[in-house]
Design a protein around this ligand. Structure first.
Ligand SMILES: Nc1ncnc2c1ncn2[C@@H]1O[C@H](COP(=O)(O)OP(=O)(O)OP(=O)(O)O)[C@@H](O)[C@H]1O
Ligand SMILES: [Mg+2]
Length: 175
């Protein structure tokens, strides 16, 4: 069973840093904008998202790679539901939720080269605070609060997800 992990969180909170640490293939609009010429050029967004969807559709069609990360903000319910539709029903779909921590996001955003305007950071936080309480109803196989050390947390866990966790090098779920 293929595993698709989708990050969800404020700009600057550490999604890409986390994604790179997982040692899994990553699909992201930032990377596609960079391939198109400039990671910071928001005018490339439409083309970048088109390529993101193409890459995901191809991965899901071929079942390869067995696990991948889609690294984006996905702050709104409609953004997440659209990504669920792109992935389709065959893969296990895990939403990796980062904390809505405005202080940390502003601090980390201000300390890096590619600065997202502060009001934009806050707008994403508002969107997350509004939509996350009902994230359980969107259709994810697992919603993983990344602050919980392991993806299972207190949540339902299946042997197939456990096999993927082992393949990803995550610690074994508790018995
Ligand atoms: N856990 C952490 N503690 C402290 N700093 C961090 C942490 N995670 C990431 N950072 C730093 O914060 C900055 C933003 O991280 P990152 O690029 O991973 O955020 P992001 O969520 O991907 O943002 P964006 O949505 O804009 O792509 C980077 O400079 C990174 O080194
Ligand atoms: Mg990022």
């Amino acid at each position: 069973m293929q595993l698709v992990l989708v990050t969800c969180g404020m700009p600057g909170i550490g999604k890409s840093t986390w994604a790179e640490a997982q040692k899994l293939p990553i699909v992201s609009p930032d990377r596609e904008r960079a391939r198109l010429g400039d990671a910071a050029d928001q005018r490339l967004n439409g083309a970048a998202w088109h390529r993101v969807r193409e890459r995901i559709e191809q991965a899901v069609f071929t079942g390869n790679p067995p696990a991948l990360i889609v690294d984006g903000t996905f702050a709104g319910r409609s953004d997440r539901k659209s990504m669920l539709r792109t992935i389709g029903p065959t893969a296990r779909r895990v939403l990796v939720v980062f904390p809505v921590d405005r202080a940390a996001a502003h601090r980390q955003n201000a300390a890096r080269g590619r600065l997202v305007p502060a009001p934009v950071v806050d707008r994403f936080a508002d969107k997350l605070e509004e939509s996350l309480p009902r994230v359980w109803t969107e259709g994810w196989d697992l919603v993983w609060d990344v602050l919980a050390g392991a993806p299972w947390g207190e949540q339902p866990w299946t042997p197939k997800l456990a096999a993927h966790a082992a393949a990803c090098g995550w610690p074994a779920p508790p018995r």
